[in-house]
Design a binder for this molecule. Sequence first.
Ligand SMILES: Nc1nc2c(c(=O)[nH]1)N[C@H]1C(S)=C(S)[C@@H](COP(=O)(O)O)O[C@H]1N2
Ligand SMILES: [Mo]
Length: 256
Amino acid sequence: MIVSPTRRRLLIGSAATAAAALLGGCDALVDNQHVARVLEGAEALNKDLQRALLSDTTLAREYTEADMSPVFKANGTQHPEGDAYASLLDNGFADWRLTVDGKVDRPLSLSLAELKQLPARTQITRHDCVEGWSAIGKWTGVQLGTVLKTAGLHTDARYAVFHCADKYENTADGQYYESIDLVDAFHPQTILAYTMNDQNLPVAHGAPLRLRVERQLGYKHAKYIMRIEIVDSLKAIGRGRGGFWEDRGYEWYAGI
Ligand SMILES: Nc1nc2c(c(=O)[nH]1)N[C@H]1C(S)=C(S)[C@@H](COP(=O)(O)O)O[C@H]1N2
Ligand SMILES: [Mo]
């Protein structure tokens, strides 16, 4: 089922935390006392509410190789400025690390090689930009849920915030960032992609790592990810609306 934006706002409270733990699967987590308490709490939740969250795994349409666009436009930043990114790029991102921190039990610092060792998902999907163009491309990466399960979420975790390497605007708060809630974070098609059309992710499309969050519009798909911060509120980040474009008037939930 599809959860409407309005219903979604009602759902992303504390219920989301419990449901995220459930969505994550219990096998590796049952020994953890902390998680056990979350699950007990979840049992006391309204059953319909739980079911709505847990069944929200409607997949975005997936396409075949024959459908892939011969040209996939690059948009927004196409090459982050600055020495920091230049030197990462210079040696093939061998020194790049993905930081995962905030409301997690085990903060992570993962190399590209380590991310590539985790189970991968490949999907051919259509990207829709608000500027009025679409393109179909093939993406491979690790499910964000896998990474978040490895880090272990605190009970008050509500959003994943993606901090990017690029400044889109040359102002104090011009850094590109994005955020999604835990329903989308644990959706099976939400991946941290390191390849596009079977090649290493090109710089123009977000090298070395970009988000694919297939049920939402293009601007949610953060490129050049450096850090994923787990938070309970978006208020303290940027101008407080959950993303670079959201801070400038776009919708936070950009459902297609
Ligand atoms: N870091 C970063 N991510 C970004 C952007 C950006 O400027 N910087 N632009 C967004 C927009 S509006 C779109 S449509 C897509 C474009 O992705 P593409 O370059 O792979 O087509 O990236 C999104 N993610
Ligand atoms: Mo876009």
